[in-house]
Design a protein around this ligand. Structure first.
Ligand code: HEM
Length: 498
């Protein structure tokens, strides 16, 4: 396997790296948290481990190779001589995500990067958010998703030669807020996310990202990424303030947005908590859902047979409803699952054990000394990496055609190995357990509503044959981007306009 080298370090980055080694040696005890030595890929560098390589090579590509060689749990060399355990074993995953979930916390470096997703008082805060995601709430949001998808359709139909339209149902249904993507300019948040996704990574940013778990203080260095994070945070705070003001007014037709539902149950929390909850939902829900939609249109553009088959199914529903989307559109359901499988927005999840633990395994692995073990004893502090992208793409789990876009697989008998996984639809795209994605049903309803209306009304083709110029760019979430552009470009034709 060819492992590309990351951009050459410049002098500042190297000097910084040297300073950090000295600082680390002086202040941190050398720690090894595993009790048993597991097999795993050799360490490419003491300072970076594999972290720097992960910045340029898709996670699934690396983990699939290692899973084939070392099994479903192995030792992964990371920064400053540390190792994490990579886990792809279904029984161990249930243990970490459900049975003993509160023994695991986010690594400090990551919690500094995405502070909004780290809740000290997780159980209580999650409880206050739940009313926003009930089936009744979802039914009413789906009406908003469909209305917004029709707005997009109308906007595209009228300005067909000069498309400005974007999608903003998360804005309306989620926040009762118009991010103005359909009618006017791209919203600021979207502009920031687009530019972030396509801008080149500087050597300092690469250094910070590679070492942030070991040196959380690096997050505060004035890198391009920090400037981006600060701008995004400011933009989100601005929107959060507007949403809070709007949330005091009665919504259109008395309808409550998701955030109003959530806030009405959080009156015991101080006001700062409210804007913070809005930020969490925006951060977790906006980019993930919109990039998944881009992947869906990209895959359908590359697979005209699947696109036609989907259109044929959807043509039976002239006025689609929540119940149609949920139960009747079988192929649409398969298409959405297949996109979520091939293109998970969250590529890896990281946990650190608080206390000693024993991870049970569904199938034994061989240790570095050749011993067969069916559980892994770990010490408090041990880091765990869950390679989501490999879990949903690995040929060892999904079979030989695992890298193909084939929605039909969802209406066949899924492989035995897949059915061992506990998560929703045996897919790890939304995580699992008490800390799994709270917005899953919301995201799925939105994706289905938008894809349904778009496919009923437009055809999608790649700009170049086979979409050869489309790359996967690792932004906040990985997104499809045409070479030399900031986004995905497709040839779109309106049905019945030839
Ligand atoms: C395709 C779309 C989405 C994907 C793939 C996705 C994926 C995920 C994943 C994997 C996690 C677990 C992260 C971890 O354990 O580190 C998560 C958590 C979360 N998601 Fe989503 N998500 C999506 C859409 C949404 C939407 C639309 C919302 C809200 C409207 C949302 C709200 C959240 C929240 C609040 C959490 C934190 C839950 C907790 O810690 O208890 N997500 N999401």
């Amino acid at each position: 396997m060819h492992i590309p080298d990351v951009t050459a370090d410049n002098a500042v980055a190297s000097a910084l790296a040297e300073w950090m080694i000295v600082a680390y040696d002086a202040y941190m005890p050398t720690c090894s948290h595993t009790r048993i030595k597991l097999r795993g890929p050799p360490r490419p560098s003491w300072l970076y481990g594999y972290n720097k390589i992960f910045l340029t090579t898709p996670s699934a590509q690396l983990h699939e190779t290692w899973q084939a060689k070392y099994g479903d749990a192995y030792s992964l060399p990371v920064a400053v001589g540390e190792t994490r355990i990579a886990l792809l074993d279904p029984k161990a995953l249930v243990w970490v995500f459900s049975s003993n979930v509160y023994n695991y916390v986010r690594p400090v470096g990551q919690s500094k990067l995405v502070a909004s997703l780290v809740w000290d008082d997780h159980k209580r805060i999650r409880k206050t958010m739940m009313p926003g995601f009930t089936p009744a709430a979802l039914r009413s949001f789906t009406t908003v998703f469909l209305e917004e998808a029709y707005h997009v359709k109308d906007a595209w139909s009228t300005m067909f030669s000069e498309q400005k339209g974007g999608l903003d149902s998360i804005g309306k249904a989620g926040f009762g807020h118009d991010f103005a993507s359909v009618t006017g300019e791209k919203p600021l948040i979207q502009k920031l996310l687009d530019s972030f996704g396509t801008s080149r990574q500087s050597p300092i940013t690469a250094l910070v990202l590679s070492l942030v778990h070991a040196f959380p203080i690096l997050v505060d260095l004035p890198t391009k990424r920090k400037v981006f994070r600060d701008k995004l945070r400011m933009a989100m705070m601005g929107i959060a303030t507007d949403i809070l003001e709007e949330s005091h007014k009665v919504g259109e037709e008395g309808r409550k947005s998701l955030i109003e539902n959530v806030l009405s149950r959080s009156t015991s929390f101080p006001p700062i908590h409210h804007s913070w909850q809005i930020n969490t939902i925006m951060f977790a829900g906006y980019d993930t859902t919109s990039t998944t939609l881009l992947w869906a249109l990209h895959e359908l553009s590359l697979n005209p047979t699947a696109q036609s088959k989907l259109r044929e199914e959807l043509s039976q529903f002239h006025e689609p409803t929540y119940d149609h989307l949920r139960e009747k559109m079988v192929y649409l359901d398969a298409v959405v699952k297949e996109v979520l499988r091939l293109h998970p927005s969250i590529v890896e999840i990281y946990w650190n054990a608080i206390k000693d633990d024993v991870l049970p395994l569904a199938r034994p692995i061989t240790t570095a000394s050749g011993e067969q073990i069916s559980q892994i004893p770990i010490k408090g502090g041990q880091g765990i990496t869950v390679p989501i992208e490999a879990l949903v793409r690995s040929p060892a789990i999904w079979g030989e055609d695992s890298h193909e876009f084939r929605p039909e697989r969802w209406n066949e008998h899924l492989p035995e190995r897949v059915r061992e996984f506990h998560a929703w639809s045996n897919l790890w795209t939304f995580g699992d357990g008490p800390r799994g994605c709270i917005g899953r049903t919301f995201a799925i309803a939105e994706l289905k509503a938008v894809i349904c209306i778009l496919i009923q009304n437009f055809t999608f083709e790649p700009l170049t044959p086979g979409g050869k110029d489309v790359r996967r760019v690792p932004g906040v979430t990985p997104r499809p981007v045409n070479d030399g552009s900031h986004g995905l470009k497709l040839r779109v034709s309106q049905i019945g306009m030839d």
